[in-house]
Design a protein around this ligand. Structure first.
Ligand SMILES: [Zn+2]
Ligand SMILES: [Zn+2]
Length: 140
């Protein structure tokens, strides 16, 4: 029975993309983890109070469309649609993963974050104590 469930999970594909539709992605299976980030860079690039990402193994995500890239730190790369400005995904060159923004998925209610990063920059009106919290980055 468990094997069957794993097969179903592996066959699941979630799609998403940018606001104008020029960039699209297909993510197979489930994310490795789901996180919220309150760091100043995530706040700014999203223009929102925080960033939230489903983090997938790179090999599980197919993408189409042309993106622009900003080098946000030595290892960090932030990719965005040059047409509509949407955050497309972020990645670290040192990790075999892609971070897909929760808001870029076509469906709502897919994933709930497992943890929160950079809570020292969290807006005080956001709920606290809901999930593991880290003042800054967490070890991977
Ligand atoms: Zn776009
Ligand atoms: Zn961040």
């Amino acid at each position: 029975m468990n094997v069957q469930k794993d097969d179903e999970r592996a066959a699941t594909v979630h799609e998403g993309g940018c606001a104008c539709g020029a960039f699209r992605f297909r993510a197979a299976g489930g994310p490795k983890r789901v996180g919220m980030c309150h760091c100043m860079t995530c706040r700014q690039v999203h223009g929102s109070a925080f960033g939230a990402y489903a983090i997938y193994a790179r090999g599980d995500v197919m993408m189409s469309g042309s993106l622009s890239t900003w080098r946000s730190s030595e290892d960090g790369r932030r990719h965005f649609c040059p047409v509509c400005g949407s955050v497309a995904y972020m990645e670290y060159t040192t990790r075999d993963e892609v971070d897909l923004p929760l808001g870029a998925f076509d469906e709502t209610g897919l994933f709930e974050p497992d943890y929160e990063l950079w809570c020292k920059h969290r807006e005080p009106w956001l709920p606290q104590g809901v999930r593991p919290e880290y003042d800054e980055e967490r070890a991977h």
